[in-house]
Ligand binder design. Structure first.
Ligand code: C5P
Length: 232
């Protein structure tokens, strides 16, 4: 799939989301649907957005025993989304089961990517709570390698990690990267941010952009600026 900008549609209702997407006349941006919207509105909102012609990254970050994840992925696969994800910490067995569940009888399937470590987890929590006494960067790369070994298509990571992930897991292994802000823009709660242009230079395959677009006075112009800076 070609590089693209994915808009994080972090809205609490279908009405708000569809009104937002209605502003994009003649364009069908790639959108990310997360837990907030999916749990509020259920699979119908996914069908509705898909029927409007958008590609969808369904960001539900699955993590359970392999059999449960396999069956959950089978349900998600029927929704015809383009990208889904899970936690790499669920183990290789869980990731392999997920791939199996996701694959349709005709052999097609959505792309499957892994969250390595959440960006909200810092080194102190990694060591003191998760009892992993290794540098975060090493843990992230090891989890990315596990994901690649299980046959997954890529990981969610910071643009700052994209180069290293490609070096370790191959150029074809996708890096889907949030934490993107326009130069001089508000960082919100993101700690380490990069501009769309820098994300491109660093090798990101997809940038996930929420508030710089959804909260902009002119979201369509903000999206177009993002596409221009990221895709050139
Ligand atoms: O509004 P903003 O551009 O910060 O939105 C980024 C999106 O990417 C949000 O939906 C957020 O939950 C998601 N995300 C993230 N950092 C991660 C994983 C996901 O910001 N490590």
């Amino acid at each position: 799939m070609a590089k693209d900008v994915i808009i994080a549609c972090d809205f609490g209702s279908a009405a708000e989301t569809l009104a937002f997407l209605d502003r994009f006349t003649g364009q069908k941006p790639f959108v990310k649907i997360g837990m907030e919207l999916f749990y509020a509105e259920g699979p119908q909102i996914v069908r509705e957005i898909k029927n409007r012609g958008h590609r969808i990254f369904l960001d539900l970050k699955l993590h359970d025993i392999p059999n449960t994840v396999k069956k959950a992925m089978r349900s998600l696969s029927a929704l015809d989304v383009d990208i889904v994800n899970l936690h790499a910490s669920g183990t290789r067995a869980m990731m392999e089961a997920a791939l199996e569940g996701l694959t349709r009888p005709d052999g097609t399937r959505p792309l499957l990517i892994a969250v390595t470590q959440l960006t909200s987890t810092d080194q102190a929590a990694l060591e003191k709570e998760l009892l992993i006494e290794k540098p975060m960067a090493e843990v992230v790369m090891a989890y990315a390698e596990n994901a690649r070994g299980a046959g997954l298509d890529g990981v969610v990571c910071s643009p700052l990690e994209a180069g290293k992930v490609h070096e370790t897991c191959g150029e074809g292994f996708l890096t889907v990267t949030p934490g993107v802000r326009f130069s001089g823009g508000d960082k919100d709660d993101q700690k380490r941010v990069t501009t769309p242009g820098d994300a491109r230079a660093l090798g990101s395959d997809f940038i996930v952009v929420g508030r710089p677009i959804t909260q902009a006075d002119d979201p369509v112009a903000a999206y177009q600026r993002c596409v221009k800076e990221f895709l050139g």
